[in-house]
Design a protein around this ligand. Structure first.
Ligand SMILES: *Cc1c(COP(=O)(O)O)cnc(C)c1O
Length: 388
């Protein structure tokens, strides 16, 4: 369906956005075009030849339209992973000698890419606290080209001063890039606020079933074309079969993310009232430092929270061992609830002092809420806390 004529509510967009009506041979579900080669259209330029790596085959174009519809974007492109999305975007925007301003608590893979690979590429990077707009201007250099932040940070669920990021970048002439994985387009659509490029690890909420790796980028036609051409050269393209699974997952995105948010809020409230819990980080709680700001920008607070128990590491270990529903595993955004200690997983690569300085203590537990019954999750944590 032409998404200009589709109602704009996210539940409807998730189902109908980008869909072809009628589909090939009348199919309601868009098929998988697995072929790598197509007959040559006279006059097609290199980047428009139909070939999977060039992101131009029918299943890929369908997926791109669906993603663009969900984010309210002019254009989208899928990538083979979330890391392929961010690294390709940076390669499209930066050349040797350019400078990037980046948030200081980025996803571990992004942070490591910027600290370990950017210098060899001749890119300069300055990390700022995206919650402190007064730190932006001092970071600006004559060669600054772009600014990179995340919608909600991991694992403390801090929310950047998004309006200030956009206003600062516009004034300084920078291209803004945002990792919208944690919020998902159900809760936040960064392009509407003025961000230039948004990307996802579609491995997480967009797919939502913990069974594929993918990424995507959304933005204006011109910017996405620039990214797509870079992607075509670097080769981080998504296979149509994985793309089919991603499109299928996306149809239930709104339902899943709402259920995950409801579960996260219920769990956050119940845990913050528990005498054995020292602290709960969830932007939907009154006690969260960014709550007011999150409420203004987001239509929901997401399915991720983190907690600290009064008994430190032994208590955290005991809790994890006593829980029946959550699986002890990294990653996030799937239908099943997961729990993990970021100090041992996502942030294990950081120096301990640096990690502690950002508030990521050894005993911090991060929870990715699934779509199980709210009462079952709350009750499970209660029985596990009784054993701590
Ligand atoms: C997982 C994740 C990534 C990386 O995505 P992959 O699909 O694993 O490459 C990037 N950003 C955030 C916030 C993530 O959670």
């Amino acid at each position: 369906m032409d998404h200009r004529s589709t109602p704009s509510r996210i539940e409807t967009l998730a189902v109908h956005g980008g869909e072809r009506r009628p589909g090939p041979d009348g199919s309601v579900v868009f098929p998988i075009y697995q072929g790598t080669v197509y007959t040559y259209d006279d006059g097609a330029s290199y980047h428009d030849i139909k070939y999977i790596r060039l992101n131009t085959t029918p299943s890929q174009k369908y997926l791109h339209d669906k993603i663009a519809a969900l984010e309210g974007a002019e254009a989208a492109v899928a990538t083979s992973s979330g890391m392929a999305a961010v690294t390709t975007a940076l390669h499209a925007l930066l050349k040797a000698g350019d400078h990037l301003i980046a948030g200081d608590t980025l996803y571990g893979g992004t942070h490591t890419f910027l600290t370990e690979h950017a210098p060899a590429l001749g890119w300069q990077v300055t990390f700022v606290d995206p919650g402190k707009p007064e730190t932006f201007k001092p970071a600006l250099r004559p060669n600054t080209k772009a600014m990179l932040v995340e919608s909600i940070t991991n694992p403390l669920m801090r929310v950047a001063r998004h309006k200030d990021v956009v206003a600062f970048a516009k004034q300084a002439g920078l291209t803004t890039i945002i990792d919208n994985t944690f919020a998902s387009p159900v809760n936040f659509r960064p392009l509407a606020l003025g961000y230039d490029l948004a990307f996802h690890s579609a491995t997480k909420y967009l797919n939502g079933h913990s069974d594929l790796v993918a990424g995507c980028l959304v933005g204006s036609k011109a910017l996405i074309e620039r990214v797509r051409e870079t992607l075509n050269h670097y080769g981080g393209t998504l296979d149509p079969h994985a793309g089919f699974l991603l499109a299928r997952g996306m149809k239930t995105l709104a339902l899943r993310v709402r259920a995950q948010g409801t579960n996260a809020l219920a769990l956050a409230k119940s845990l913050s009232a528990h005498p054995k819990v020292a602290g709960v980080n969830y932007p939907g709680l009154e006690t969260h430092p960014d709550q007011k700001h999150a409420r203004e920008l987001f239509s929901g607070f997401g399915g991720m929270l983190s907690i600290q128990l009064k008994g430190g590491v032994p208590a955290a270990e005991k809790l994890v061992a006593s829980l029946r529903i959550p699986t002890y595993a990294p990653s996030l955004g799937g239908v099943e609830t997961l729990i993990v200690r970021p100090s041992l997983t996502s942030h294990a690569g950081m120096k301990r002092e640096e990690r502690l300085a950002c508030g990521i203590t050894d005993d911090l537990l991060r929870i990715s809420c699934g779509i199980e019954a709210q009462e079952d999750l709350v009750e499970d944590f209660r029985q596990a806390l009784d054993k701590v």
